[in-house]
Write a protein that binds this ligand. Structure first.
Ligand code: C2E
Ligand code: CA
Ligand code: CA
Ligand code: CA
Length: 276
């Protein structure tokens, strides 16, 4: 009837208003989070094939929400991107990673490396390279101890300028990792055109090892190719020894996943690496 029609419209109106209000509230909350320094970094070990030597750690962003506790990045990084806030937060991640790495190096872990996620928007910002350089100088960290994890979305707009930027980073000694390798539409094409040092095999391919024929074939082929091209390979999402054994047979270089450790806060990670 006419009546329900009218109610329907009102209902959607209210819902739209509510969605918009929630959106504004979240944007405000995230801006406040930056001002109040509510972000923090977790560190997940990347180990060699012995499973005991932590050579590197991936830096993973968290939000210490005043009400909801520690929030994972999948729930807020897309919104930081949407509101342009990933630029200031990404800068903080880089700076804080360099500062913390220096602390660990001075405490005896002189060869420890950190692998830092960089979003496409952050990478395409004109100040990105100078900012990275400034972080290295300010915290006296050599570029060779830093790896930047980029997804193939960095090259969507302008391949030549992406290559130029990557070359500049490599001149600083910084390594470039292609994150979530194999999940995009043109991973091989990007691999051919971009100066990449490291492939991170996405956890979606590690999950089904060794029984899923597709996963096994994709991982095996990626490993053979990487060895031919002289690339380092990191397997992410390693959760059990069956997966580990398969990856070891393919001579994967670094392993990351719950089998070895969850991402840890700074205190727990410090305890783990500074025991000896
Ligand atoms: P990613 O770069 O693919 O990071 C790997 C994710 O897999 C992390 O989720 C990690 O906690 C999770 N993981 C590690 N080992 C295992 C495992 O064995 N099994 C399973 N199922 N998962 C595992 P997290 O920390 O929630 O991060 C999610 C995503 O958020 C990251 O995916 C990355 O895309 C993004 N992110 C994290 N930190 C940053 C950052 O500082 N800047 C930007 N731009 N993005 C970030
Ligand atoms: Ca990553
Ligand atoms: Ca990844
Ligand atoms: Ca991922």
């Amino acid at each position: 009837s006419k009546n329900t029609g009218k109610n329907q419209v009102r209902f959607y109106d209210d819902e739209l208003e509510q969605t918009e209000r929630r959106r504004q509230q979240l944007e405000e909350e995230l801006s406040q989070a930056i001002k109040n320094e509510e972000f923090l970094l977790y560190y997940q070990p990347q180990v060699d094939s012995s499973g005991t030597n932590i050579l590197q750690a991936e830096v993973l962003l968290r939000w210490q929400h005043p009400k909801h506790g520690v929030v994972n990045p999948d729930e807020f990084v897309p919104h930081l991107e949407e509101y342009g806030l990933i630029i200031p937060v990404g800068k903080w991640v880089l700076k804080e990673s360099c500062r913390q790495l220096r602390v660990w190096q001075l405490a005896g872990r002189s060869q420890l490396c950190l692998s830092i996620n960089v979003s496409a928007n952050q990478f395409s910002h004109p100040d990105f390279i100078p900012f990275v350089e400034q972080c290295l100088i300010e915290h006296q960290v050599l570029g060779k101890y830093i790896e930047l994890e980029l997804t193939e979305s960095v090259a969507i707009h302008d391949i030549p300028s992406t290559i130029k930027k990557m070359n500049k980073l490599q001149e600083l000694g910084i390594r470039i990792a292609l994150d979530d390798f194999g999940t995009g539409y043109s991973s091989l094409s990007y691999l051919k055109h971009l100066p990449i040092n490291t492939l991170k095999i996405d956890q979606s391919f590690v999950q089904g090892l060794p029984h899923d024929g597709y996963d096994a074939a994709i991982v095996e082929t990626t490993m053979v190719m990487a060895h031919h091209l002289g690339l380092t390979v990191v397997a992410e999402g390693v959760e059990n020894t069956i997966q580990l054994d398969f990856l070891k047979k393919q001579e994967c270089h670094l392993y990351q996943g719950y089998l070895f450790s969850q991402p840890l806060n700074v205190d727990k990670f410090s305890k783990l690496i500074l025991v000896d």
